[in-house]
Design a protein around this ligand. Structure first.
Ligand SMILES: Cc1ncc(COP(=O)(O)OP(=O)(O)O)c(N)n1
Ligand SMILES: Cc1nc(C(=O)O)sc1CCOP(=O)(O)O
Ligand SMILES: [Mg+2]
Length: 204
């Protein structure tokens, strides 16, 4: 599956509750979302596997990959297209070994030090952030701003997506910084019209 990082939706179970997870995701894809990440810090593995299977069915035929946040077992057992892990979410090598070569594997990077010790061969993309402080992740690192983002992108050997406090009006600045796309939660989840909210990132 080709990886188009231009508009990467990370789901949140509370913010997506208004329209429901599947309806929010399907609407976001209609509006131009190119990757979906299932992120739920509280559901157990069994619940997440069920959710992932429902989302995978809802995305069938769209060409949009489903990525699982944090949980390697869920990614493997649900038939999702890949996994996104952070610096403290386990080893890249172990994730790649369990997922296989075809799966998409992403890693969060916040600093140039982390960038310098990447397991590049086993990764497909990086999530760089936060660009801005955000209430959507309570334990986020210090905000990078667009300058910090540009420094990380310049040092990155992999395609990257920027994350953290991003709205449609930031799309141009993120592209100028060199990232392939934007990852968002609250700019789409919880918006009255998730399809229109997604379309605002790419009005053409
Ligand atoms: C695309 C993308 N980039 C970064 C993150 C953050 O991952 P992580 O640092 O592991 O934090 P949590 O999301 O697990 O709280 C992400 N999820 N997606
Ligand atoms: C899940 C996540 N990871 C971040 C990071 O910096 O690694 S910021 C973040 C939350 C992004 O949500 P919103 O678009 O609502 O700001
Ligand atoms: Mg994580």
């Amino acid at each position: 599956m080709r990886l188009d990082l231009s508009l990467y939706l990370v789901t949140d179970p509370i913010l997506c509750a208004d329209h429901g997870l599947e309806k929010t995701v399907v609407a976001a894809v209609r509006g131009g979302a190119t990757v979906i990440q299932l992120r739920d810090k509280h559901a157990d593995d069994g619940e997440l596997i069920d959710q992932a299977r429902r989302l995978k069915a809802a995305l069938a035929g769209s060409g949009v990959p489903l990525i699982i946040n944090d949980r390697l077992t869920v990614a493997v057992e649900s038939g999702a297209d890949g996994l996104h892990i952070g610096q403290d979410d386990g080893e890249v090598a172990a994730a790649r070994a369990a997922l296989g070569e075809q799966a998409i594997l992403g890693l969060s990077v916040q600093t140039l030090e982390q960038m310098a010790r990447l397991d590049v061969e086993r990764l497909d993309y990086l999530g760089l952030g936060p660009v801005f402080a955000t209430p959507s992740k309570h334990d986020h690192a210090a905000p990078l701003g667009f300058e910090g983002l540009a420094s990380l992108v310049a040092a990155s050997p992999l395609p990257s997506v920027a994350i953290g406090g991003l709205k449609a009006e930031h799309a141009e600045a993120v592209r100028q910084a060199g990232a392939q796309g934007l990852a968002v939660i609250s700019a789409i989840c919880g918006m009255p019209d998730p399809e229109a909210a997604a379309r605002a990132f790419n009005p053409n």
